[in-house]
Design a protein. Sequence first.
Length: 165
Amino acid sequence: MERIKRFQQSLLILAGEGEQEEDLLGESSGSFSLSPLQRLYGFALCLVAGFAFMLLSLIVFYRPIKFAVMFSFGNILAVGSTAFFIGPVEQARMMLDPVRVYATIIYIGSVILALICALVVHNKVLTMIAIIVEICALIWYSLSYIPFARRMVSELLISCCDTEI
């Protein structure tokens, strides 16, 4: 647990979290602050671009290498879009929260693995396996933001897979 906290602190330092003054709404007065409308536009643009890449990747589904690159890039854009609302430092902090740190590590690892399998190894089977793991990790990561969702999904899967009658 202590290792995770040290890892989180080092990532926050790398992300450049400095001491900034905040106004009454909790917005920082740093040089890179965006207006609420700019945040909304950035979020929408990033999310739409991410979904567009994911949808366009389906066109080249029969070519797993191109599919993996487009799908992974779209995935990263869609997940990163929330950083426009909460900021990249808070996004990293939430991703490294003890509740979702393992899902985050598996998700990021599977994205990297899918890209390595597609661009370096050129193995279609490994690329598709990495994409499947990436999708499952993204779903599990997303469920961590909904109270009790992981437990409900786990219990549902257990009850569906239970063969005893």
